[in-house]
Ligand binder design. Structure first.
Ligand code: BYC
Length: 331
């Protein structure tokens, strides 16, 4: 399936031309420009397929690794109701990972290969999940900010040119809305509680604000894939455009909570009708995605252990499938 020595995590240069002819590429672009959905069996340029495998598999890995910071609070949720809600949310993230792995499989890459690429460190997952969850308020901040940022990024992906990805995103986005609301509701409760609870909420906002802005990816000048992905209508907005939209909707929500966004230079510009903010610490972002964030090592160790611990289940399923196949062949 993988020609020209391309790797499955899509690490090679997406701009590198495949074996396609100019006519094929032009016809493909005409379909994209006409807003036609590209389906799994349709012809597509190799670089388009590679870009999607990279993005969708990274997205799937993010959902699965993203279960860890919240899973950390399942046994310490403050009430049975909060525990049940958090359990449902964490299970939803597993479901998102599964829809996304399935969407990526339609492009000819196996789930085993994608998981192997994650475990070897070849494939990335979202930077945000390399930060620790130190208090219950972090669960509120994750729902409000991380799922809020995820929705901002994922709603346009419902219109992605690749059919299986766009359809998976519709269901994911519905669930993300519930996640965002439950996070904001935790923040509302804490902010309406004791001074100590409100201080916990402020501390969570302080720690999650900047990493949430980094979720949208590097600024446009340093976004290597954006131009091509936008031309192919995989991405509909640039990283900076989505980040700005997120800031514009989230700052008033923080004000409503009575919390302070940790940015001394945050100002509303009446003319542009946008918030202006200070520079993002891109060094921190690149350190985290290079594997040097506060929890990268711990997240990957836990993921590897889960993979090893689940080996017997995969083995049992394989043997059962073989038995069933042998029985139906003999019948
Ligand atoms: N973290 O050219 P760019 C969730 C990498 S999970 C790490 O702008 P692109 C949830 C990028 O991969 C939601 N790496 O890339 C789950 C590229 O490196 P490579 C996760 C990042 O793809 C559980 C390089 O930087 N959402 O909601 O055009 C609990 C240059 O970037 C990040 C998705 O995955 C990052 N933040 O745009 C709670 C959405 N940003 O691959 C919640 C789908 C960039 O060349 N993905 N990089 O080595 C996307 O929309 C796009 O891939 C991105 C980046 C906007 C993230």
């Amino acid at each position: 399936m993988y020609t020209q020595g391309l790797d499955q995590a899509g690490k090679s240069d997406p701009a590198k031309p495949g074996p396609e002819t100019r006519e094929q590429l032009d016809a493909f672009q005409t379909r994209i420009d006409a807003e036609e959905k590209i389906e799994a069996k349709d012809w597509m340029p190799e670089a388009y397929r590679r870009t999607l495998v990279r993005q969708i598999s990274q997205h799937a890995h993010s959902e699965i690794i993203g279960m860890q910071p919240e899973g950390n609070w399942l046994t310490r949720a403050p009430s049975l109701k909060r525990k049940a809600i958090l359990l449902a949310k964490v299970q939803d993230e597993a479901g998102h990972g599964l829809y996304l792995y399935s969407a990526a499989e339609t492009l000819g890459v196996s789930r085993d290969q994608m998981v192997a690429d994650l475990l070897s460190g070849k494939a990335k997952y979202s930077s945000i999940f390399n930060y620790p969850t130190l208090s219950w308020a972090d669960i509120g901040a994750i729902g409000w900010l991380v799922d809020g940022a995820a929705i901002m990024n994922q709603i346009p992906l419902c219109r992605c040119s690749y059919g299986p990805y766009s359809r998976a995103m519709i269901r994911v986005c519905k669930e993300e809305s519930f996640h965002q609301r439950q996070g904001y509701e935790i923040m509302l409760t804490l902010c309406g509680g004791t001074a100590e609870q409100k201080a916990m909420a402020q501390d969570a906002l302080n720690r999650f604000w900047w990493p949430s802005l980094m979720m949208f990816g590097p600024n446009d000048a340093n976004s290597t894939h954006s131009a091509q992905s936008m031309a192919w209508k995989i991405k509909r907005f640039s990283n900076d455009e989505l980040r700005q939209k997120f800031i514009d909707v989230t700052v008033p929500q923080a004000e409503f909570l009575g919390l302070t966004v940790p940015d001394d230079e945050l100002r509303y510009n009446e003319e542009t009708e946008h918030y202006e903010h200070s520079d993002i610490d891109w060094q921190e972002f690149f350190d985290v995605i290079a594997g040097n964030g506060p929890c990268n090592k711990q997240r990957m160790e836990k993921r590897r252990k889960a993979q090893d611990d689940g080996a017997w289940v995969r083995e049992a399923a394989r043997v059962y499938a073989e038995k069933k196949a042998a029985a139906s062949a003999a019948a």
